[in-house]
Design a protein around this ligand. Structure first.
Ligand code: SF4
Length: 209
């Protein structure tokens, strides 16, 4: 059993060391979760090629229990947003996010997903997927190397390991509301900005809504 699972507050007698460990429910539960994160298999642009390379035997995601990448939100708990997020695609991305069961995590892989990247000023590009989804880990680079993505996995594992079970979203009694799916019209409309739009149109609010 990994050393970080043991609870040093309860010393184990010398003759039982290596055979017995004492830990907490949070630690053992999160160890299981972080050791079996299943990413969704999909890609948006060039970053996806690096994500695919990470899954090959050279980098071996299987050592993290992450080799099961399925193109379905049903069996996933990690969305790697690997590539340029266009306005045309963000409604589908948010819809998929809502279909992933809790607890779920989002990783923004690369400059495009994190902030628009080289296409930031493009008419068709979202300047960061975090405008619409809660991002847990940002992986910098254009594209990030497989090593950078693996570092992102380790950061995510640390985050999962530190979450008390009682604080995990989705394990609360109150049902979580799905995120509003953006509407693609003449331009992209973020439904969370809806109250600001009439004010902007009448000139009494900020121009951008
Ligand atoms: S960050 Fe660079 S490599 Fe990744 S999708 Fe954007 S342009 Fe392609």
């Amino acid at each position: 059993m990994p050393d970080d699972l043991s609870n040093p507050e309860y010393p184990i007698p010398e003759d039982l060391r290596g055979q017995v460990t004492i830990t907490t429910l949070d630690k053992i539960y999160n160890w299981g979760r972080r050791s079996s994160v299943w990413p969704m298999f999909w890609g948006l642009a060039c970053c996806a090629i690096e994500m695919i390379a990470t899954a090959t035997s050279r980098y071996d995601m299987a050592r993290f229990g992450m080799e099961v990448m399925r193109p379905s939100p049903r069996q996933t708990d990690l969305m790697i947003i690997s590539g340029t997020v266009t306005k045309k695609l963000i409604p589908q991305i948010v819809r998929l996010y809502n279909q992933v069961p809790e607890p779920k995590y989002v990783m923004a892989m690369g400059a495009c997903a994190s902030g628009g990247g080289p296409f930031k000023e493009g008419y068709n590009v979202v300047s960061g997927v975090d405008q619409f989804l809660p991002v847990d880990v940002y992986v910098p680079g254009c594209p990030p190397t497989p090593q950078a993505l693996i570092h992102g996995f380790l950061v995510l594992h640390k985050k999962i390991a530190a979450q008390p079970i009682k604080a995990i979203p989705g394990y609360q009694k109150a049902a979580l509301e799905p995120l509003p799916i953006p509407v693609l019209g003449p331009d992209l409309i973020n439904l969370r900005d809806l109250p600001r739009i009439p004010a902007a149109a009448s000139g009494s609010g900020p121009e951008e809504a």
